[in-house]
Structures are given as structure tokens and as C-alpha cells.
Design a protein around this ligand. Structure first.
Ligand code: PLP
Length: 285
């Protein structure tokens, strides 16, 4: 069951117009909220990021945080499975024609569509995954969670073609992020990751991993990270709501450190899994 424009229905009964601006232009924004044991994780933060994305594209938020929370919780309740990945998007709606400027008086399209949450396999966790890199050819507002995902599609496909799970991106010699994840580096026991700005998506998992590192007294620097630092790192990992904390053990065919999942990645993943069990599943946040 999903939610579309005011009603709950089966996916096969959900219809969106071919003239929806999300379909024509990718004119909209989205969120992906992980749900553990039917508890949405950091719902307020996801809704705040949604609100920021909507404001950045001048699309009025159709719902208050309370209304969103009720809709999301109802969709969660309607599914047959407990751990979910709740995808939601808001587009500038169907103006009945293909014209670029904003239409007047058109209702936005609101879709909330959950699926079973798929997290990394035990094998991926134990052995880590491989990644490629590419110049960051996206636009300069990567802080907006926009429906324009063609770069992500192309970069993830390029990674897949080479048997890799992610594509890391560099802009002007600096690390930005992964195609659909944030990236952390470790050198001599110190973790570093790029600061939030218009060049990266402010990840909810990124925030949590920084919090967990600080809480446990692990050295953690939020600062610009050079491409050379990434290529010479002892450890690398990516974070996202579905990838959690996933070690990258090979970049562009070169081993990262000794080519195995490193101690810091293991440690942070352990903190993350403990937090998931004790806080997220318990719905304490
Ligand atoms: N960066 C990009 C470009 C993403 O698409 C994502 C998630 O899909 C992330 C970072 C990680 O964000 P979060 O931790 O909120 O899932």
C-alpha cells in the first residue's frame, strides 16, 4: 500500500499523469526514511531536510510536520513488514502542459511509497565493497535532495559495470561525496569528512556517525578532504540510510590501506548497530 495525493491505495492502482512535472522535468524533491521495527528513524530531521529542499526550489510545503508524521506513520502501519525504507516525493504537480516556468494554482503531487528495507549483506559488511571515482559533474546545489537523479543513475551504472558498489566524486581536487552516500576517510586513527555545504547532501546518517564518533571519543574532523587524502587513506567508508556504515576496501582498482575492512570502520559500524538496536528499534528518537 502506498499514499498518493490524499488516498492510500495499492501500487498497481496508483496513477500519476504523464504531464506531472516530476515526470517531465524532475521538478520535485524526495526523501528516503529508514524504518526499524516500524519506528521511522529521525523523522523530524528527514522532514526538516524535506522542508529545506522544498524551500530551495520555491515549492510550498503541502503539509505541516505533524501532518507529514501522521501520513508517514499510517503508511508504515499499512505494510506487512516491520523494517521499511519509506520513499516520499513532492513534485510541482500536473499543469496539463509542458512549460518550464512555475504554473499557477497547481496542486503538488505527493507520493509516499515504502518498500522493505535492504541493508548491506553480511558478506559486504565483513569484506567491504569496491568503488570507482569520477569527476563530480553534478550541479552546484547538491544539498537539495532533488528528483533530478541522472548523474546518480549514470555514476551508479558505471560503478556496477565495474563490479563496484559506489562511485566517489571529486571536485577541484577535493572529495565531495558518493553518488548516493557521504564518504569518510581515516588516516592514523583520525576520521575526517567534508563539511556540509552546497556541494554535498547533508546526510542524516552522516550526522549520526559524527555524533557517535564524538560520543565515544574517537578523533573526528569535519573539514575539506583532498583527493590525495582519499587515495592515501588507511580506511574509507560510505554512509547512507540504507548502506549504514559500509567500508570501501578498493578504489579504482587500488587497495585502500591493507585492502580489508579496517578497525575504525568496524568500530563505527558497531556503534551504529548498537544504536540501531537500543535507540532506533525502540523508537526512542
Ligand atoms: N549523499 C547523496 C548524494 C545521497 O543520495 C544520499 C542518500 O541517498 C546521502 C548522501 C546519504 O544521506 P542519508 O544518510 O540521509 O541517507
Amino acid at each position: 500500500m502506498l499514499y498518493l495525493n490524499g488516498r492510500f491505495c495499492r501500487a498497481e492502482d496508483a496513477m500519476i499523469s504523464a504531464l506531472d512535472r516530476g515526470c517531465l522535468f524532475g521538478d520535485g524533491v524526495y526523501e528516503v526514511i529508514p524504518v526499524y521495527s516500524r519506528n521511522p528513524f529521525r523523522l523530524d530531521e528527514h522532514l526538516a531536510r524535506l522542508d529545506a529542499s522544498l524551500a530551495a526550489i520555491s515549492l510550498p510545503n503541502p503539509h505541516t510536520p505533524l501532518q507529514w508524521a501522521e501520513l508517514v506513520r499510517e503508511v508504515i502501519r499499512l505494510q506487512a513488514y516491520d523494517d521499511q525504507s519509506v520513499y516520499l516525493h513532492v513534485t510541482r504537480g500536473n499543469a496539463g502542459e509542458r512549460d518550464f516556468p512555475f504554473p499557477a494554482g497547481v496542486a503538488p503531487t505527493v507520493l509516499i511509497n515504502p518498500s522493505p528495507l535492504v541493508t548491506p549483506s553480511p558478506e559486504a559488511k565483513a569484506k567491504g565493497v569496491r568503488a570507482i571515482s569520477h569527476a563530480d559533474f553534478r550541479w552546484l546545489r547538491c544539498d537539495i535532495k532533488s528528483l533530478n537523479l541522472l548523474p546518480t543513475v549514470l555514476l551508479r551504472e558505471a560503478a556496477k559495470q565495474q563490479g563496484c558498489a559506489e562511485c566517489l566524486m571529486f571536485r577541484d581536487g577535493m572529495l565531495t561525496e558518493g553518488a548516493a552516500s557521504n564518504v569518510f576517510v581515516v588516516k592514523q586513527g583520525v576520521i575526517a569528512c567534508p563539511p556540509k555545504n552546497h556541494l554535498i547532501l547533508p546526510g542524516i546518517t552522516y550526522d549520526l556517525v559524527i555524533e557517535l564518533a564524538r560520543q565515544h571519543g574517537v578523533p573526528m574532523e569535519v573539514r575539506p578532504v583532498t583527493e590525495a587524502e582519499v587515495r592515501n587513506a588507511d580506511e574509507l567508508w560510505m554512509t547512507s540510510s540504507t548502506r549504514e556504515v559500509l567500508a570501501i576496501v578498493e578504489l579504482d582498482g587500488q587497495a585502500v590501506g591493507d585492502g580489508c575492512v579496517g578497525p575504525m570502520a568496524r568500530q563505527l559500524d558497531q556503534y551504529y548497530q548498537d544504536f540501531k538496536r537500543t535507540v532506533m528499534r525502540a523508537g526512542k528518537e
